[in-house]
Ligand binder design. Structure first.
Ligand code: SF4
Ligand code: SF4
Length: 182
């Protein structure tokens, strides 16, 4: 039955192939195992939010060598790191790791976008890339402690997070302070 179906051949340029391999070498080890089944997309909040690139489409774009369009799209910075895609993927592709590999390539090609800087600063200050100081009241209304059991209530863990971040290039770029401010 499949033999009778019309097939479309897609020619990928040498530059496109280089891009695919570059992403693989930046941490997307499982990318060639993806069969585009879309299970990851079914659970991805980026799909609901209407972003053009989400896990499955990011992988498709990489395999097609669509470099500039993908690396310059804000979608790759909108991933919430929820890891649902990685848990659901039946072929151990680890789509979340592929998103991270694309981000590494985007930083090498361009720079960190302003929206990512805010998240990094918040991570350094609070241990959370997204921190809502007003979230305490809704938590109390639900019978929960005002702050979650995370770096917000564990200064030693926050110190560890900061120590890790200070070992990165972020300190040379002036994105995080040089001294310990805990
Ligand atoms: S990454 Fe996994 S779940 Fe997503 S399309 Fe590929 S094989 Fe399917
Ligand atoms: S980790 Fe990112 S790509 Fe995967 S389901 Fe969550 S938001 Fe989507």
């Amino acid at each position: 039955m499949f033999e009778d179906q019309e097939r479309t051949e897609i020619e990928i340029s040498a530059e496109g192939l280089r891009f695919t391999n570059e992403i693989k070498n930046l941490g997307a080890d499982g990318i060639f195992q993806c069969n585009q089944c879309a299970k990851c997309a079914a659970a991805c909040p980026l799909v609901l939010a209407g972003f053009p690139f989400f896990n499955k489409r990011v992988i498709q774009a990489i395999l097609l060598g669509t470099k500039e369009k993908l690396l310059s799209d804000v979608s790759i910075w909108a991933c919430q790191a929820c890891n649902r895609c990685t848990q659901l993927c039946p072929r151990d592709v680890d789509p979340f790791e592929i998103i991270l590999a694309v981000r590494r390539a985007a930083v090498q090609e361009y720079a960190l976008p302003a929206m990512a800087l805010e998240g990094i600063k918040s991570l350094y200050d609070f241990g959370h890339a997204v921190y809502l100081s007003e979230a305490g009241n809704p938590r109390k209304n639900l019978g929960l402690p005002e702050k979650p059991p995370s770096t917000l209530t564990n200064p030693e863990s926050l110190q560890e997070v900061r120590a890790i971040m200070r070992k990165t290039v972020l300190i040379n770029l002036g994105i995080i302070p040089m001294g310990d401010t805990v």
